[in-house]
Design a protein. Sequence first.
Length: 558
Amino acid sequence: MEAFTIIYTLLGGLGIFFFGMKFMSDGLQAVAGDVIRKIINSLTSNRIMAVGVGLLVTCIIQSSSVTTVMTVGFVNAGLMNLTQAIGVIFGANIGTTITGWIISVKVDKYGLLLVGIGFIPGLFSRSEKWQHLGKSVLGVGLVFLGLQTMSTAFAPLRDNQAFLDSISYFSGEHYGAYIASIMMGCLLTMIVQSSSAMLGITMALASAGVIPYHTAVSLVLGENIGTTITAILASVGANVNAKRAARAHACFNIFGVMMMLLVLPKYFELIDWIIPHDPRLKAADGTIPHVGQHIALAHTMFNLSATIFFLPFINQLAAFVTKITPDKGAEKEVPHLLVLGDPSIMLPAASMAQAESELRKMKEIIERMYKLTRDFWEQDEYDPKKLAKIIDYERITDNIHKEITVFLCYVMEKPMSHHQSEQIQSMIKITDELESVADYIERLANYRERFKKADSLIGESRVEFFQFMDEVWNFFDLVAKGLSDPEILEMSRIESKSNELQLWADSMREKHLDRISKGTYAPVTALTYSDMVVALRKIRAHSFLMAGAIENFHSKHE
């Protein structure tokens, strides 16, 4: 019966630990959603910046696996290059070590206290921000309780001679034991699919006095390799660059562990020298009170030193994974939003950053579409090839519109803050308005067919049409720039300009009718010219509506 008690207590503790990690992660993500989105959007080719992004995002979401899977998705979508991705992965490896420091605190002292503090905002505060902060604190408390429960489950094993004999080889202080422990840590993490959970189990075993300090550190090194399986699985079915990013993660951790293995005995001595407390000292109750801090520092120093060592060789690592993962070139791969994977397993903030990037791509396509339409109208001879290209651009915007809308609807099924939900609704509104602008540009291009020969657009009506077309486009461009720079948007100025363009459109139609009455134009042009002005006026209207959605998207969290 003792074995059964140990198993169900361990499973219960592990369940509380997982639940606490999820609570803590969800709460932090909801509080820092805007921060995560802005951090991701700030990515540049600077490798130090990429490491910083990986570090900060992982510290917030408390999972290097999630960060790495997200990174693979970004590469797959063409939003991040391989070198950037490797930098983010380096940072994620450092960021994940914060979990070890959190759980190295004396759990029996703070667990229930934090649970008690954490549930108060949920009961008494109406502020969503405070509720999510309370959820995070409650999560930390549950993590501590879960570890305490696991330590209680493991406690009888330190006196169980049969169990100690079965793991005696792993407990040895020689390279065979170190390698065996690394392999065991790697295998168990691949099975559990969570390096944080395995780190918690390892620290609970060490704190309970079941496994020695050096075995625990060796297991943690193996867990660093085992956690790479998550990204590798996420890259299955993705494009070649996504596969390279996942394999870069594996290569980095494998090479780092191999290097550390060469100096492992000296590494133990270095950690002992930095932290003065003896990691082998037993308390009166049989626990090892200081081993958690040593394991946490060993975990941090390994990932930090590996990053510092490999960072200058990031291009060489990229070249290596490119060589072992060749592009077979069977067909040209096109970055595509929906192949990022199931948005239900992505962070809402990260998904929003991806969709935001797609919105900017959509805007750029519409810009090309407009320039081509203006050229199409300006040239004297009718060019059917240009019209076909404009129609093709419109089809592309339809596809992007559909993809973004479906993607964001799936994202909204995830737990998120009210502010994030409003932002996603604003993004759906923005993509609707962009798609409508593309529709009216295509209509404007199709109207050119009515002026093929006799009924050409000439004189003052032609001059006014192009002036109005350019002004409408300048208005759209001003609004669209607000996607990247919200400071540009001054709604009073935009509303004033919108009204001015509305009056201008009405004036143009009246002037054209007056010219027709004087015999300057054939009467048949009245309807076409009116349709052309209406199309431009609709572009103005959808641009104005888009401005409101962009303002809501960038609004500060209340």
